[in-house]
Each structure stands twice: as C-alpha cells, then as structure tokens.
Design a protein around this ligand. Structure first.
Ligand code: FES
Length: 122
C-alpha cells in the first residue's frame, strides 16, 4: 500500500513529541477520519528553528507530519505557509489515493500553529 519512503518516514519519524515553551501550537482534527494532529513551532527572528508533532493519525499522517515538520525547520513563517500537502506527498513519492486526506492534517496544523504564533505577537 505504501512506498518505501513513506514506510521509512513512518517507521523512523522525525520531530516527534511535545515542545516546551513552543511559540505556536496548532491542533487540527480530520473531518473524514476523526484523527488529530498537533504541531508545535519555535520561532526566532521570523524563522522556524524547531518543529515537533504529535498525532492520533495513521501511518500516512505520521509520515507526512515527519516530512512536513522537517521541511519547515529553517524556513521563514511566510515560506512555511507556502508548503502544501501536495508538496509533502510529492516529496514522499506519493500516497495511496484514499490516504491523501491524511496529508492535509500536517499542512493545516502548520497553518494553525503559525496563526497561534501570530496571535501571540499582537
Ligand atoms: Fe486518519 Fe490517516 S486515516 S489521518
């Protein structure tokens, strides 16, 4: 069902866990399966210097969150917001069609974490 790259990202996910003193936290529920994704970001001078995730999602959600958090580390807030689930899926070499919705969790949780960060700056 999954390709080797997805299986590797699922078996050895990066950036798993909670983050103390996160600058932004985004929690998103997936309407189609009810699973949950939470992403934490640490921001310095408008750059995401660290990101972590926790999820109740499936293997595809874990693999895409691992990849997405890796992709946003070192990016500015604005650059991070341009990363879409399709970019993450492409990086992983594709997901089964019925698992594409799982990849949306990470994208939306990143957006929610950035919104949370921005609301705290006001
Ligand atoms: Fe719910 Fe994949 S089935 S996140």
């Amino acid at each position: 069902m999954y390709n080797d790259k997805v299986l590797e990202a699922f078996a050895n996910p990066k950036n798993v866990g909670e983050m103390e003193n996160a600058d932004g936290i985004g929690t998103i529920g997936n309407a189609s399966c009810g699973d949950i994704m939470r992403i934490y970001i640490k921001v310095e001078n408008n750059v995401i210097v660290d990101a972590k995730f926790k999820t109740f999602g499936c293997a595809a959600a874990i693999a895409t969150a691992s990849t997405a958090t890796d992709m946003i580390i070192g990016k500015t807030i604005e650059e991070a917001l341009t990363i879409k689930n399709a970019d993450v899926v492409a990086f992983l070499g594709g997901l089964p069609p019925q698992k594409i919705h799982c990849s949306v969790l990470a994208e939306e949780a990143i957006q929610a974490a950035v919104e949370d960060y921005r609301s705290k700056q006001k």
